[in-house]
Ligand binder design. Structure first.
Ligand code: ISL
Length: 518
């Protein structure tokens, strides 16, 4: 057979985000791991995804569950070792699934050797210059250098015994790197090559809009600033220097064929967001508008139009995401219970009919809701940092239920406490239950991904069609029409044959439902 090179495999790929702690636990310690993912690759093959995004599995004290990296070129023992990673990569490639991994260039762990050295070194030293060590304000320097809050709560500055302060946009255990220091760039390039040489297919760049800091570290207005999010006028993020970092990342990736980088860019302005996907920067950027839209036709339409507008003329596809490990799951955002499930089914068919890239967060395919653990079980640093005001993101990180029964539903051995408690009542959501049920969320995802992979109707651009009030309708150039009824009343469908629908359709399209027609 002649091998035809496939251009830009990621352009219409379906990525599956594996939150490594929560996907599958092979060694039975209550925490997911790399061998666990390998052991459950069959689920991903059956689902039909093209690529994985693995959240950080690097050496880490786990203050922010791995987003505090002490060694970016090794595997934390809780997740396995480099050999386990290589085994997973090989196994995924064997079944035709690409593997992309997180890279965390905004900060390190406070236990990274660089930061340990910085603490042991005097103010003004080369070791301190890899981070943002600054003298404080006030006669004795006892006030922080500026008024920035940390994203997780509390100030973004911590004072060290000799009187200097260091910057951490996240937890104090996550000191921000100084991207004006060439050593920082060299080390990132080394990390990228380390994993590229092992064979990874690409990277998800954490806090891709952070990295560069504004000259003089000016104060910000703090009124109306929320934990765990930022607005476009926030000086902590989206500074122009960030683009140098993305050009560096791209230049390294360009040394290797067929690799890509996607940035976690929380920037809402289209013009500003578009800058991240210039030809010598990120291959594509997350667009988070769907995570912020409510289940209303006007908000969904606006989110889609703006997402398409962001990339118009750039040659870059847009990228659709309902949920990830940082936001409340969309089943819950859309109302929980049967209503949330029903809307999430409609949402899945909407997402998978849109042109571009789709990210499925582990558990989306099972229709998992967000579940708040009890206070004493919370682990997100935000809970402590906010003085128990903001519960944080544990609710969307509960381990996956694999088999029917009681917690931990086959995630870990029965007697083991999972790292976050799994709720009662998840038996119907378990993967082995849904696998056998043609009407399950899992079966819907499988059917949609199968069609997406082979149906010519799902190619080309999108054209909006007239739709009844409260509905969305569009046609792909390839000929498939997608109609989403965001109301709770049936609406007539346009002529055509229904090839897939989120609920059974006989005639009209019921409320909170999506149909694909040809
Ligand atoms: O809007 C934000 C700032 O602009 C925040 O949402 C921020 O982008 C986000 O919290 C960054 O998240 C990523 O980096 C964090 C980690 O805790 C998250 O899990 C990760 O997705 C720190 O590494």
């Amino acid at each position: 057979m002649e091998l035809v090179p496939v251009a830009d495999w990621w352009r219409d790929a379906v990525f599956y985000q594996v939150y490594v702690r929560s996907y599958a636990d092979a060694n039975g310690d209550g925490v997911g791991d790399l061998d666990g993912i390998r052991g459950r690759l069959d689920h991903l093959v059956a689902l039909g995804v093209d690529a994985l995004w693995l959240t950080p599995f690097f050496t880490s004290p786990m203050v922010d569950h791995g987003y505090d990296v002490a060694d970016p070129r090794d595997v934390d023992p809780i997740f396995g070792d480099l050999a386990a990673f290589d085994r997973l990569l090989a196994a995924a490639h064997d079944v035709g699934i690409k593997v992309t991994i997180d890279v965390v260039p905004n900060h390190t762990s406070s236990q990274h050797p660089w930061f340990v050295e910085a603490l042991a070194s005097p103010p003004g030293s080369a070791a301190r210059a890899r981070y943002h060590f600054v003298d404080g304000h006030g006669p004795d320097g006892s006030e922080p250098p500026n008024n920035w809050p940390s994203i997780f709560g509390g100030p973004a500055w911590t004072r060290v015994p000799d009187g200097q302060w260091y910057l951490h946009l996240f937890a104090p255990e996550q000191p921000d790197l100084n991207w004006d220091n060439p050593e920082v760039a060299e080390d990132l390039a080394r990390t990228l090559r380390f994993w590229l040489d092992r064979g990874v297919d690409g990277f998800r760049v954490d806090v891709a809009h952070g990295l560069a800091k504004p000259a003089g570290l000016p104060d910000m207005h703090t009124e109306g600033v929320h934990l765990l999010r930022s607005e476009d006028d926030d000086p902590r993020f989206d500074n122009d220097g960030v683009h140098d970092v993305h050009r560096l990342i791209r230049s390294v990736l360009d040394e290797y064929p067929d690799r890509m980088a996607v940035g976690e860019v929380w920037v809402r302005d289209n013009e500003r967001l578009r800058l991240y996907v210039r030809p010598d920067e990120l291959h594509f950027a997350f667009n988070f508008r769907l995570t912020e839209a409510r289940w209303r036709a006007d908000e969904l339409t606006e989110a889609i139009e703006q997402s398409l507008e962001t990339v118009r003329g750039t040659g870059t596809p847009t990228c659709w995401v309902w949920s990830n490990h940082d936001v409340k799951r969309h089943v819950s955002r859309f109302g929980d219970g049967l209503v949330g499930q029903r809307r999430a089914r409609a949402a899945a068919l909407l997402q998978l009919a849109l042109p571009g890239i789709a990210f499925v967060y582990n558990g989306d395919e099972l229709g998992l809701p967000s579940v708040e653990p009890p206070d004493e079980a919370l682990t997100d640093p935000t809970w402590e940092r906010s003085g128990h005001v903001e519960r944080g993101r544990d609710n969307c990180r509960i381990p996956l239920p694999w088999s029917a029964g009681e917690p931990p539903y086959g995630f870990s051995p029965p007697e083991v406490d999972t790292w976050l408690p799994m709720p009662a009542g998840w038996s119907p959501l378990a993967a082995d239950v849904q696998r056998l049920d043609a009407s399950s969320m899992l079966s819907l995802y499988r059917a949609a991904l199968e069609l997406r992979g082979k149906h010519p109707g799902l190619s080309g651009d999108l054209t909006w069609l007239d739709a009844p009030a409260g509905c969305l309708a569009f046609r792909r150039d390839g000929g498939l029409t997608c109609v989403v009824n965001v109301t709770n009343k049936p609406v007539p469908l346009p002529p055509g044959e229904v090839v897939l629908s989120s609920v059974p359709v006989t005639g009209d399209l019921p409320g909170d439902a999506t149909a694909w027609l040809t």
